[in-house]
Design a protein around this ligand. Structure first.
Ligand code: PLP
Length: 410
């Protein structure tokens, strides 16, 4: 098992004289000292603008910003650093793709009931904008898909597919390679939502052959307000602009009463305005940190904790696991319902107040999947998510708090 808790200063905190049990990493991960220090170095040593300033501090900022992109490209095994665009979050990455890929008038989009709203709604809006059809593939109750459904949904008109690689509700890992193959056979592009996959499993974008991948840096030990859009370079070059303005242009001419821009290639094409330099530097440090531990090791560590948690939860009559229990195809999270408690928020409040156990409650920005399986978002589900800094003791305290909750509510 990994032993990295000393890297995470917040884990030393006591609240009401008790340690914290942080089981909400699927929302936001904790940050290791290595990431915070890399960002502090920027703010203290060279807090200048990258890209445009030619003075020494500007040069240092530009260098660190681009070096970080290279680190991130290595993390994803992207063919070129330019294929990694810094964004504010996975949501922005997904919006860029959905809004900016050029599509013919009769194009069809395909997505699923398991998508995070950040993966489905940009498709809904694009479809509205251009009057396109969207076909929805339904996930099964355990979060798995039937490949036949994908084969039926993707046809010659399908041009863009959005699929959540690992679900933030069920933790289920989708058969991405097979879906990509089905899509590519029909000439469709695939946008993978890797917000939950990238922090927990080895992600080789060339091996998966995805066309686009959206990554949430703040879920992978990086700073908040940072994301990455990976895209195959040729595709990024062809796409329409998303945000335009400073730093996206090689030149802007004034010709006969007209303003005529000449845009830069990726990545600058998609990085308009002054950037979150500290955030990008922290993102590179996070990628390096995770790689130094080994993504397979991280996956193994989390699955061991998850297996233990699922086994204990299954022994409680009042608890129903939502989203299957096949550890081999899961990211380290489990969603569940407690029949003796009215809402998921009540469960989360009890766990927090009794033993500082921090879990998520609600519909996790995936309302369609909850409706599909008869759970009103207002009741919601709870989600406990594990990461590299959690340990056996965290699982024990969580389970103990769950037992106390059930005793108090039955
Ligand atoms: C599967 C999935 N996709 C997308 C997102 C959105 O990520 P971000 O907050 O980086 O925009 C999340 C966040 O919870 C997620 O879990």
């Amino acid at each position: 098992m990994l032993n990295v808790r000393d890297d995470f200063p917040v884990l030393k905190r006591l609240i009401n004289d008790k340690p914290i049990v942080y089981l909400d990493s699927a929302c936001m991960s904790l940050k290791p000292r290595q990431v915070v220090e890399a960002m502090n170095e920027y703010y203290i040593q060279y807090p200048a603008c990258g890209g445009r300033s030619i003075h020494r501090l500007g040069e240092e900022a530009s260098h660190a910003y681009e070096a970080s992109r290279e680190k991130f490209a290595r993390f994803l095994n992207a063919a070129e650093p330019e294929e990694c665009i810094w964004t504010r979050n996975a949501t922005e990455s997904l919006n860029i793709v959905a809004a900016s890929v050029k599509l013919p008038k009769d194009a069809k989009l395909v997505t699923t009931t398991l998508e995070h709203h950040s993966g489905s709604l940009p498709f809904v809006e694009r479809a509205k904008r251009d009057n396109l059809e969207i076909e929805i593939v339904e996930a099964k109750p355990d979060g798995t898909f039937d490949l036949e459904d994908w084969k039926n949904a993707i046809d010659n008109r399908t041009k863009l597919v959005s699929v959540v690689h690992s679900s933030n509700v069920t933790g289920t890992v989708a058969p991405l390679k097979e879906i990509v193959e089905i899509a590519h056979d029909k000439g469709a592009l695939v946008m993978a939502d890797d917000a939950q996959y990238a922090p927990h499993h080895p992600l080789d974008v060339q091996d998966f052959d995805v066309d686009f991948s959206a990554i949430s840096v703040h879920k992978m030990c990086g700073p908040s307000g940072m994301g990455v859009l990976y895209g195959k370079l040729e595709l990024l070059k062809e796409m329409d602009m998303f945000l335009v303005g400073g730093d996206t242009v090689a030149d802007v001419r004034y010709e006969k009463g007209k303003i005529v821009p000449e845009y830069l290639p990726p990545p600058e094409k998609f990085e308009a305005g002054l950037q979150n330099y500290a955030g990008a530097i922290g993102a590179g440090a996070a990628a390096e940190y995770l790689q130094s531990l080994g993504m397979r090791e991280i996956e193994k560590h989390e699955r061991a904790l998850l297996a233990q948690a699922i086994k204990e939860l299954q022994g409680m009559d009042e608890v129903t696991i939502f989203g299957g229990d096949n550890i081999d195809i899961k990211t380290g999270l489990v969603a569940f319902l407690v029949s003796s408690v009215e809402t998921a928020h009540d469960v989360a409040t009890f766990l927090n107040e009794s033993r500082n156990v921090m879990v998520r409650s609600g519909a996790h920005c995936v309302h369609p999947f909850h409706y599909q399986h008869g759970i009103l978002p207002s009741k919601g589900t709870n989600r406990a998510s594990f990461y590299l800094y959690n340990n056996q003791e965290d699982v024990d305290v969580f389970i103990q708090a769950m037992r106390e909750l059930i005793e108090a509510s039955s």
